[in-house]
Write a protein of this length. Structure first.
Lengths: 84, 84
């Protein structure tokens, strides 16, 4: 068994409004950071896992995203895995 | 002015407990994904910004993190910037 670290990003779907991101954009404008636009706020999930190989590690994280971490009605996910 | 995309990760400090991450770890064990451990849940913020150059872009995102996005008592931040 090998140990892997995974970094998962779960973001609101691009077609959907992101009220939290919009609120952050407005707040940034008020503190003279109007150069920043199009803020979108999602989740970043860091995790460790044990797997036989890279392919199994990838499958496990994908399964975790599909079954628990990501709500596909409102969110999409991407992740990277590296051995540690 | 150039356009940049920034990807900011804001995570709970490693020295602090992360109850949300702990809850996710337990839930994963219940759905036969016990190979996954040490889950930590933070925020991922994607944004776009206009800046003269890479250095100014870096400064602007750093300022946004310090002034608004990150609470240094409980969180730390890292980010990457790339031109778009």
């Amino acid at each position: 068994m090998n140990l892997y670290a995974a970094s998962v990003r779960i973001m609101p779907l691009k077609a959907l409004l992101d009220p939290q991101g919009k609120a952050v954009t407005h707040s940034l404008q008020k503190i003279n950071l109007a150069a920043i636009s199009d803020v979108r706020v999602g989740k970043h999930i860091a995790l460790e896992l044990q797997a036989e190989n890279d392919i199994q590690a990838h499958q496990l994280v994908d399964e975790a995203c599909k079954k628990l971490l990501c709500n596909p009605i409102m969110e999409f996910y991407e992740f990277e895995i590296k051995p540690i």
